[in-house]
Design a protein around this ligand. Structure first.
Ligand code: EPU
Length: 460
């Protein structure tokens, strides 16, 4: 098969653009052959977008490097521009210059245009309150993987002294007397709520103590960004972060941490298709937990200076995994792993404890021949740590099951990636629809599929 439409930013520029009507939403995939090759993984989606928001806090321009070319970045860029931030592409590919010196309140219509497109707008609250004394945040989007409430965010903002008003179209916030430091304990180490507190506390009057904080590597990288800007942030054992507010911050120059979720996705693609993929830019340190599971499942890896090579060892083996906050096994890793586990000899169990509805994607894998049962209430099993959340679900994967082609519709970012990998592992032809969602988080996706020898074409 031949690729008909390129990623706009194909590194080789070799793809033929033949189907002018194709939007990149539907892929026809012929599977059954190993993926082999090299992919470059750049900056993390889950850091780049937050660092872009942090630029609003500076009194001078910032430079962000290795920014991935994904639609979430485009949404945040448009929102920053709607607020008067000048955003320019730098000479080095993937570099953004962000100048907030003319930042202003955006018009409601401009903000509204982005409603539902991403979850990042909620993180504009603190910076906008510092800058303008008010903020309006549209209804949030992001993947439909559970309720995804924002109560932790709003409670934290109230603690800083913000007045929060909920409107049908979004949330209006104001801080007539400015924001002050706060003592906050999160009910759960939420990534977004921790970022909310960091982005708000750095310029609040006085000290903020955040307990039960998330400590993901992307959060540590955001702390590094803020420290470059002049913030004073320290962290203690047991998920405590202390932030001493400062009256002003400057711009930063920062290279984003690599995207470990994307690296893990390609690693699982190699495992599922019995392939061999070198993920340039992947680092061991941030992936320790993933690498342990990968090895236990029968994967083999070589860690190099500039990346990690992933392939199968001997036969694939079943594993039991529980998703968790860092340093646990990330919820964003389970979907591509589950595809590989359909090929393991025996019964695997994956407990999802971060989101209440992140195993729905497995129904389509069953349509492709997998044998996966989802238990809505989780499973009480020996050898498990005590579950910490009521919202867990468990997937029981019986393998090995040969996969065959099917017509499937992408439900969300990580689930969608796993469908593409399943289609590439399956015998025969598959149609994968709604592929645009995958570009929210995987840059140059088609070009990378090409680079590892995937047999696909864009048909719509
Ligand atoms: N939660 C609440 N109330 C809140 C905030 C969160 O109940 O106010 C709950 C959520 O419903 C969820 C849990 O806490 O059950 C964890 O949510 P968290 O806030 O940690 O997630 P997030 O910040 O919304 C980020 C990533 C996700 C990733 C999670 C967990 C971004 C933009 N998103 O989401 O990434 O899965 O952390 O690591 O950083 C993805 O990349 O595909 C993705 C969904």
């Amino acid at each position: 098969m031949k690729t008909l439409l390129s990623d706009a930013a194909s590194p080789t520029g070799e793809h033929e653009i033949a189907a002018t009507e194709a939007t990149g939403e539907i892929l026809s995939i012929r599977g059954g052959r190993p993926l082999r090759g090299r992919v470059d993984v750049k900056g993390a989606k889950n850091l780049a977008t937050k660092a872009m928001v942090a630029a609003l806090l500076g009194e001078s321009a910032s430079i962000l490097r290795d920014v991935p070319d994904i639609s979430d970045v485009k949404v945040v860029r448009s929102l920053l521009e709607a607020h008067g931030v000048r955003v320019d592409d730098g000479d080095e590919p993937g570099t953004l210059h962000l100048d907030p010196r003319d930042a202003v309140s955006a018009h409601m219509e401009e903000i509204d245009a982005h409603a539902g497109a991403s979850r990042i707008p909620i993180l504009f609250c603190g910076p906008l309150l510092h800058l303008l004394g008010q903020a309006f945040i549209p209804d949030l989007g992001g993947c439909r993987i559970g309720d995804r409430p924002i109560n932790f965010h709003l409670d934290a903002l109230r603690n800083f002294g913000a007045v929060v008003e909920k409107l049908p179209s979004g949330i209006r916030l104001s801080a007539p007397d400015g924001l002050h430091g706060a003592n906050i304990e999160l009910p759960y180490p939420s990534v977004g709520a921790t970022e909310q507190v960091l982005l708000t506390a750095v310029r609040a009057r006085g000290v903020t103590e955040l307990r039960n904080a998330a400590i993901e590597p992307e959060i540590m990288d955001l702390i590094a960004v803020l420290q470059k800007m002049g913030a004073i942030i320290s962290y203690e054992p047991n998920r405590v972060i202390l932030i001493e507010g400062v009256p002003s911050l400057s711009g930063y120059d920062h290279r984003c941490i690599f995207d470990r979720n994307e690296a893990a996705s390609w690693a699982c693609a190699a495992l599922a298709t019995d392939g061999d993929i070198f993920v340039s830019g992947a680092r061991q340190q941030e992936m320790l937990t993933f690498l342990n599971v990968f090895r236990k499942a029968g994967g083999s890896f070589d860690i190099g200076e500039d990346g990690i090579r992933f392939r199968r060892g001997d036969a694939l083996r079943p594993v039991m995994v529980e998703t968790d906050v860092h340093p646990g096994f990330m919820t964003d890793w389970q979907q591509p792993l589950i595809v590989a586990l359909t090929q393991a000899q025996g019964r695997s169990v994956v407990h999802e404890t971060v989101y209440e509805n992140r195993l729905g994607f497995t129904a389509a894998l069953n349509k492709m021949g997998a044998d996966i049962q989802v238990h809505a209430q989780g499973l009480d099993m020996p050898g498990r740590r005590v579950p910490r959340r009521a919202l867990e679900q468990a997937a029981v994967i019986n393998g090995p099951t040969p996969l065959h082609g099917a017509d499937v519709v992408v439900p969300d970012l990580r689930g969608g990636y796993s469908y593409v990998i399943a289609a590439l592992a399956a015998e025969g032809e598959s149609t994968v629809r709604n592929v645009g969602i995958i570009r929210r988080g995987y840059e140059k996706f088609f070009a990378k599929l090409d680079a590892v020898g995937a047999d696909f074409r864009v048909v719509g």
